[in-house]
Design a protein around this ligand. Structure first.
Ligand code: SAM
Ligand code: DTB
Ligand code: SF4
Length: 337
């Protein structure tokens, strides 16, 4: 029998999931997780900033925005050979997926040949490829598809209502347009957001609702906890009001609701693990998170590091994902909505 995937979730239904007793919510999320994914396997991904800092956008959380004084040194797009070297190191360290980020509002057409060369090279190593380069035109999305890019990451970050409090240089509609271009080009969509930016529960409901009611769920949903960066409006807000830090249980609830509403998607426990206890991370895995970023650096901020991840996996009996992600393995489902 095929399983049902819904794209007709209402905000009320999603709010009800958030409000469930925590143990009940986790039980439901873990049950959905087991139906669609091997629960003891977590995908290992490595991030690389291929073009750092000096970004025109004013995202309130970001170390790389030229609008904030974060002390970060800006650099140009890396050479393809250097990127390929770093990808090879990631593969040797056991990573299955290589995610490359550029601090751009959008790539310029003159950047595309090098980007295409990088995608082809990383793919030829047998790594899954993901890029996040900002807004794309339909043509640029097609160029990436032709190069063989597996995923494009472009986060909606928060609810439509809270979005404009975080970023003023573009709109949620701009974001959704690029996601549409990526989808039309036939590239897998990676889209998620950040929890702990001072948003309300209702915003977290609106965030999950926006993703879960897209015509097709993103194949990949990164859930980041805000990494407070000094000099950014949101990092400074958190430094001034430490109580505003997201509660771990509320973060786990968000992961669980994403898992229940988007059963086939890879739910990625992304930025913010540095400040999470092992117990909180274990709850995220129980709630259906099945991917992490490994290594000691995310794009610009520190990450847990391979040794502590290996120790955590050994403690929890988790192993690195082997084989295809379920959405790509041609599983039969009935889509409603
Ligand atoms: N410039 C491109 C863009 O914005 O799409 C790609 C790079 S951008 C750094 C990728 C994502 O990282 C953002 O959409 C945001 O969700 C996440 N991110 C950036 N800074 C973060 C922080 N301090 N804490 C948590 N997540 C963050
Ligand atoms: C995503 O949602 N999280 C990753 C990836 N997509 C590109 C990036 C996290 C960045 C954290 C802040 C930094 O290191 O600058
Ligand atoms: Fe630029 Fe992306 Fe950072 Fe926003 S999140 S400032 S678009 S690098």
């Amino acid at each position: 029998m095929s399983s049902q995937i819904r794209t007709d979730w209402t905000r009320e239904e999603i709010a009800e999931l958030f409000a469930l007793p925590f143990t009940e919510l986790l039980f439901r999320a873990a049950t959905v997780h087991r139906e669609f994914h091997p629960p003891e396997q977590v995908q290992l991904c490595t991030l690389l900033s291929i073009k750092t800092g000096g970004c025109e956008e004013d995202c309130g959380y970001c170390a790389q925005s030229a609008h904030h004084d974060t002390g970060l040194k800006a650099s140009k797009l890396m050479d393809a050979q250097e990127v390929l070297q770093r990808a090879a190191q990631a593969k040797d360290a056991g990573s299955q997926r290589f995610c490359m980020g550029a601090a751009w509002r959008n790539p310029k057409d003159r950047d595309m040949p090098k980007i295409v060369e990088i995608v082809k090279g990383v793919r030829a190593m047998g790594l899954e490829t993901c890029m996040t380069l900002g807004m794309l035109t339909p043509r640029q999305a097609d160029q990436l598809a032709e190069a063989g890019l597996d995923y494009y990451n472009h986060n909606i970050d928060s609810s439509p209502e809270y979005y404009e409090r975080v970023i003023s240089t573009r709109t949620m509609e701009d974001r959704l347009d690029t996601l549409g271009n990526v989808r039309s080009a036939g590239i897998n969509v990676c889209s998620g957001g950040i929890i702990g930016m001072g948003e309300t529960r209702e915003d977290r409901v609106g965030f999950v609702h926006t993703l879960a009611t897209l015509p097709q769920h993103p194949e990949s949903v990164p859930v980041n906890a805000l990494v407070p960066v000094k000099g950014t409006p949101l990092g400074d807000m958190l430094a001034d009001t430490p109580l505003a830090k997201i509660d771990d249980i509320e973060f786990v609830r968000t992961v669980a609701v994403a898992r229940i509403t988007m059963p086939l998607s890879m739910v990625r426990l992304s930025a913010g693990r540095e400040s999470m206890s092992e117990a909180a991370q274990a709850l995220c895995f129980l709630a259906g998170a099945n991917s992490i970023f490994t290594g000691d650096k995310l794009l610009t901020t520190p990450n847990a590091g391979d040794d502590s991840d290996a120790a955590l996996f050994a403690k929890l009996g988790l192993t690195a994902l082997k084989g295809e992600e379920p959405m790509r393995a041609g599983r039969e489902v009935e889509v409603v909505g």
